[in-house]
Design a protein around this ligand. Structure first.
Ligand code: HGY
Ligand code: MN
Ligand code: MN
Ligand code: MN
Length: 399
């Protein structure tokens, strides 16, 4: 029988990113397509019938596709230079959990589906959990169709190339009706379990979080012929804005604000940028505080930009309010995992989007480094297998 580690080892070379370290597996890239093929093959080996729905979500069925099924899964796409576990651990653990349930002779009372959601990281089209947002209608389908990647390819075009009908992207009542309960296993992103804690924890809530694009426009010019006093350099404004983001968040307990991506345009070494785009990721347990943080950052950015002779404009790209998982389902998960701690998470997940529509729950597996969205993300083999065993216990209790 496969172990979680042996399954992850079998995709260890897919999407490696020597330049950044770790893995870069954007949705609908060759690497992610290879991972989808791997999943389909692994599911087939387990006698699971695989289908792709109108939003590109993969469903591997044990039993007939039916309303109210038990569904578990995660994602295979990654952030740039991501770790090996964020997403694939949940998918591999679900496959091993099916093996364990079959080995136990479990006869499900309802169908079970293992799912893979596309674009959970939002690394290509900018909106996280795009697959589950489309499935539930949490994003407007027209807006989604027109989302662009850095090369200007629209989701509609990329979806079409990948065999989907872009006009069919959007809320899918049939598929959504098939989810009676959803459970996502995920590597812990943070140190709630720490190094000495148990192997698994039960998720309780997901911090509200959003993404905003800040564009700072100035005057592009020549780096050699423009005197310092004659410049309206948006890069100089952007540098001050990044500092201001840290200062605003540092003054608010539990706030997290990050500028992880900053793009000067046109981006030449000998060119004073005409514009700088930077993306804010702001999170806080209280949604109204998140809004206040963004407003404070926006105000500071406008003042800084004006001082540098530039203009700053802010556009919201996505927002998900703080989510508390379904209490009844969480109790069932806790009963199946006696003694497992109950932990909140600051990371977004498809389970968080689905929680607004169907009973959803999460199981976290210990990551001794606590680090994620980095090659240093880690799960010990024994904990990975304990996680799959725990997921099997949860699924058996729910089947
Ligand atoms: O950004 C997040 O929290 C998640 O990893 N997509
Ligand atoms: Mn993830
Ligand atoms: Mn992630
Ligand atoms: Mn997720």
């Amino acid at each position: 029988m496969d172990t979680v580690t042996s399954l992850l080892d079998s995709i260890a070379d897919v999407g490696r990113d020597p330049g950044r370290g770790g893995y870069t597996r954007p949705v609908y890239s060759a690497a992610e397509r290879d991972l989808r093929a791997w999943f389909t093959e692994q599911a087939g080996r387990r006698g699971l019938a695989v289908e792709t729905d109108r939003n590109g979500i993969l469903w591997a069925w044990w039993g007939e596709p039916q309303r109210g099924a038990l569904v578990t899964g995660s994602h295979l796409d990654s952030v740039p230079g991501g770790g090996a576990f964020d997403g694939p651990l949940g998918v591999a653990s679900a496959l091993v959990a099916v093996d364990l349930l079959k080995a136990r002779g479990v006869q499900p009372n309802r169908s079970l589906a293992v799912t893979v959601f596309p674009e959970e990281e939002g690394s290509r089209f900018g909106v996280a959990c795009l697959g589950s947002r489309l499935l539930t209608g949490a994003i407007d389908a027209d807006r989604a169709r027109n989302l662009k990647d850095d090369d200007g390819n629209s989701l509609a075009d990329v979806a079409r190339i990948n065999g989907l009908d872009p006009q069919h992207l959007g809320r899918d009542e049939d598929a959504l009706g098939r989810i009676g309960d959803f459970v996502e296993l995920h590597v812990e992103q943070g140190r709630g379990l720490g190094e000495d804690g148990p192997a698994v924890a039960v998720g309780s809530s997901i911090l509200g979080h959003g993404r905003w694009k800040l564009s700072i426009c100035g005057q592009g010019n020549h780096a050699g012929t423009t005197l310092m006093e004659d410049r309206r350099d948006p890069m100089v404004a952007a540098a001050q804005v990044v500092l201001a983001v840290k200062q605003v968040a540092a003054q608010t307990k539990d706030a997290r604000a990050t500028v992880g991506r900053l793009q000067p345009v046109p981006g030449g070494t000998n060119v004073i940028a005409s514009r700088v785009d930077l993306w804010l990721d702001v999170r806080h347990p209280q949604d109204e505080v998140t809004a206040q943080l963004v407003e404070a950052i926006h105000g500071k950015a406008q003042k800084i930009a004006a001082f540098e002779g530039c203009q700053a404009t802010l556009a919201e790209e996505s927002f998900s309010g703080t989510v508390h998982f379904d209490a009844a389902l969480q109790r069932q998960v806790q009963n199946a995992l006696p003694g497992a701690p109950v932990l909140p998470t600051g990371a977004g997940h498809d389970a968080g989007v689905l929680a607004g529509f169907v009973p959803s729950a999460m199981v976290f597996v210990k990551n001794p480094t606590g680090i994620s969205h980095s090659p240093e993300e880690h799960v010990e083999d024994a904990d990975a297998d304990a996680g799959a065993g725990a997921l099997a216990d949860v699924l058996e209790a729910l089947l």
